[in-house]
Design a protein. Structure first.
Length: 231
């Protein structure tokens, strides 16, 4: 089966060669765990291959993100990398340039509609929504959220893009059941020191490494040590 690289060699090895394209994956982890950095690795790998990629931020302003990613050596100013700031900032009326869905970050339905418009207008191969937590918190009805999220995945699947969604919620949620794969970024205390560990919890359609492997956030991004164990 064809695979696409996440941009992180150690993680690709854990995934038995990389992600299966055209599917949706969830990246979970607490603040500062490296979720966004992992997603940028994934997108920039596409850019290196001449692909047009889309990054949608619902939390951190895209200008600040680009500044941080430049420091790690990522070519975020490449025209193939499209960064959209959908943070719910006061008085912001339009988030997608050329589209006028007011404050869509406050509702999942508006988000889905806006993304569909963008995907119909341009040919993207990789898409990141970071984090989905911001949307989930606006929808109090669990059943409504499930229906909306499932509908969203079905709509995105029509465009044959590989989708990464991040979440700061560790508990098992609706997203875990509906996506094709789940990757968790965890922290542990070992010998009085904090150690980071990455675990592939779910990966439909493939074998994968179920062992928690150590990783580090370095000046060049994330490094996953696929041959090492934490304990």
């Amino acid at each position: 089966m064809t695979r696409i690289s996440t941009g992180v060699k150690g993680l690709d090895k854990m995934l038995n060669g990389g992600l299966i394209p055209g599917r949706a994956y969830l990246v979970k982890g607490g603040p500062g765990s490296g979720k966004t950095t992992l997603c940028i690795h994934f997108l920039m790998e596409g850019v290196k291959r001449g692909e047009k990629v889309l990054y949608i931020t619902l939390e951190e302003p895209v200008d600040i993100l680009k500044e941080d990613m430049r420091e790690m050596g990522f070519d975020v100013d490449n025209p193939l990398f499209v960064g959209i700031d959908a943070t719910p900032v006061t008085e912001k009326k339009s988030i997608f340039e050329g589209f006028h869905y007011e404050e869509f970050a406050k509702g999942f339905t508006e988000l889905v509609r806006a993304i569909k418009e963008r995907l119909e207008g341009e040919e993207f191969t990789r898409v990141v929504i970071d984090p989905i937590t911001m949307i989930k918190l606006t929808m109090k009805d669990e059943l409504e959220y499930r229906r909306t999220f499932l509908g969203f995945l079905k709509e995105i699947a029509k465009y044959n893009v590989t989708l990464l969604i991040t979440s700061e919620i560790y508990e098992m949620g609706i997203e875990d059941y509906l996506v094709s794969g789940v990757i968790e970024l965890r922290t542990f205390e070992v010998g009085g020191k904090t150690v980071r560990g990455i675990k592939v919890v779910k990966f439909r359609g493939s074998d994968f490494d179920e062992t928690i492997r150590p990783y580090k956030i370095t000046g060049n991004g994330i490094e996953v040590y696929s041959e090492e164990t934490i304990m």
